[in-house]
Design a protein around this ligand. Sequence first.
Ligand code: NDP
Ligand code: 8X3
Length: 251
Amino acid sequence: MKNKIALITGATSGIGKATAVEFAKHGIDLILCGRRNDRLEQLKAQLSDQVNVHTLSFDVRNKEAVFNAIATIPDEFKPIDILINNAGNAHGLAPINEGSIDDWEAMMDINVKGLLYVSQAIIPEMVKRKSGHIINIGSTAGKEVYPGGNVYCASKHAVDAINQGMRIDLHAHGIRVGAVNPGLVETEFSKVRFKGDTEKADAVYHGFTPLKPEDIAEIIYFSVSRPPHVNIADLIVMPTDQASSTIVNRN
Ligand code: NDP
Ligand code: 8X3
């Protein structure tokens, strides 16, 4: 896939970082986004001998920062062919009656509104060029709801609806839109959810074999490398040991 350019949000860690590494293997030039600039620069240094890499450090919650950052993309990186809407996290796992409003706002602002800001900054150019491919990273939490998942699940159900809405509105412009919805993937996700409590975070992935971020990255690459007439609209990917959000075969 030479001469393609992908913008990946949340490229400093987990699924986004693994996707950057996978794309670089296949010659896709990269615009890597995230808040932690040191990590973006490290990844750029790691991948620059394979592909051209540009980094953009911004918080997806900050509408102005999103549009300003994307406006600074140098001309040689401007025709973005692939957008990976990946930045996001869960914040907390409290039942709804004990939930933190700050956590709720973080999840809706990052997972839903942030995804929309980035999309709005990029889609109009794709429409002009009548080409583009958007992969929205949803979740099994966007397909079902589990105890304590309440607002995180709501944010990912919103991603599911936005994914469908984008496809309905953009297919006539030659733009492909699809979602990849992972189950349990061992990343920094649970460390963020449990606010740095590594014991609680590690327990989430204990006693079974979770997905690795690379498993999802390979599937994302497979989706974007199909022939132009093929659009993988929606995929759910779980570890073999997982049957649903609450049914996991732990030994
Ligand atoms: P990680 O915590 O490892 O990565 C999250 C990424 O999102 C980081 O690169 C982080 O970058 C970025 N991010 C978070 N908040 C912001 C923000 N405000 N502004 C900009 N970037 C932000 O988790 P995962 O890789 O697991 O998560 C990636 C996506 O996958 C998320 O959308 C998540 O909901 C989804 N997912 C994860 C699953 C899992 O089990 N791990 C399963 C299903 C879906 P930085 O902090 O540098 O800004
Ligand atoms: C991440 C998967 O089950 O932790 O979206 O919500 S889960």
